[in-house]
Design a protein around this ligand. Sequence first.
Ligand code: FES
Length: 573
Amino acid sequence: MTAKKKPEELRSFGWFGPDTLRGFSHRSRMLQLGFQREDFIGKPVIAIINTWSEINPCHAHLRERAEAVKRGVWQAGGFPVEVPTITITETYMKPSPMMYRNMLAMDTEEALRSLPIDAAVLMGGCDKTTPALLMGAISANIPAIYLPAGPMLRGNWDGKILGSGTDVWKFWADRCAGVVSDEEWKGVEIGIARSPGFCMTMGTASTMTALTEAFGMTLPGASSIPAADSNHVRLAMDSGRRAVEMAWEDLKPSDIFTPAAFRNAITVDMAIGGSTNAIIHLVALARRCGLDLPLTRFDEISPNVPVLANIRPSGEYLMEDFYYAGGLRALMAEIRDLLDLNCITVNGKTIGQNLEGAVVLNRDVIRERSKPLMETGGTVILFGSLAPDGAVIKSVAADRRLWTHTGPAVVFKDFEDMEARVNNDDLEVDENSVLVLQNAGPLGAPGMPEWGLLPIPKKILKRGIRDMVRISDSRMSGTAYGTCVLHVAPESYAGGPLAFVRDGDLITLDIPNRKLDLLVPEAEMAKRRAAWVQPVEKDPRGYLALYREHVSQANQGCDFDFLQAVTTSAEKI
Ligand code: FES
């Protein structure tokens, strides 16, 4: 450790050190808590940002982990303070947890900024929590280390391995088709989530924690450790110890989130077949750093990166298997030639140094470069007359048969309309139709919920069909699979072309050529545009009003305009 700071240079010393009336007040209130002066004056104060809540099963163990972090902080000569923030629980928050990502980011940033804190351990994992905590830490720019909550153990029912989300969609489709009994469905319900931790498929949670490690914001190997493993407790303690050293070293997010680190994160995202949601979050993170990250950059990187992680929903295994196979370090070592190995990480070493000695222990879980799951990156960016500002599809999770497809649109004007009609016997739909959902974007829904996995109509399911082309301006769970075009921008609520699609219009999806086109003549589109009336929002108030006023479109990261960096760097990602 290279100590850069003297005790009186610590940020917290500004609160606790001075012989002033305010200094007296700050010290006396710490004494009120039962601490000695020597516990906290001139010692790095480490905030443990805790997103624990009883309503968040993915973070159920974070209260105990906070104690392990504290143990590490005390051992290293720091002073730990646990700072609770709001929790974002993917399962329960309506209309969409995505709406609250920016709120947690603000909560984190302001907690770090306003309190006498020298460094932070950020604890989270459930989908939006990771980008939110990172966004807040970037903006506060105080030394911070991420402690991923860890994936839950494999699901198990009747001897079958179950994966979060992925197997829910699969069994639900079978249940709708009448081939799964009520009893079997209940068995899946009991067995699919059987330990603390986040979804153990390569959904958004596992993707974002992996990318956080790829950025260099976790200790090496941290993102792959299951929540229930005792190595996770030791990880918590080590993260606390390291946070104290980072405070002395003044190793800040601005040292870590460089353009090269973003390229590494995008490369790893492609190699793990990461969630489509990662694209929105990476753009938002870049903008917090004052860096431009156009969607086209993903498509420039992805052709050079094979998908190596054989994890559901794209592959076969789960995160627990990934851990036993060597975890993210082993995967990153496989693509070491595609990474910038000089990027600095939270342990003060470079990515290259952290990958030394990493080996793959199971070649079916982490594939060789010569036997990838897919030759090129798992996520594709589409542009065209239906998505002038871009759209996203997880090609690795889409049926190859539909990669190039033209079909007539079946349009639902919003989620309620879809729920009401999708299973009607008189709905004019067949397996060649393209299901379109409007008004499900950042503003339209609002909050861009994960409605992008539009249900296949029951009458089609009963014919044994399990995939169709589906298009929306919403998102899709990273645990889901199917030919679902997502994040269409501009969204329909904002007057994007998606708003003007009508039943029977022909739509072309062309994944190999990155195209998404609405085959309607421009003269007809002009007529529809002129006749279009934006849906009216009923009296938004409170956080929703703030959200509506300031949220950006999907291709811009859905951050609030006033939270992005004020100055933009000329450096390119
Ligand atoms: Fe928390 Fe899936 S519900 S990660």
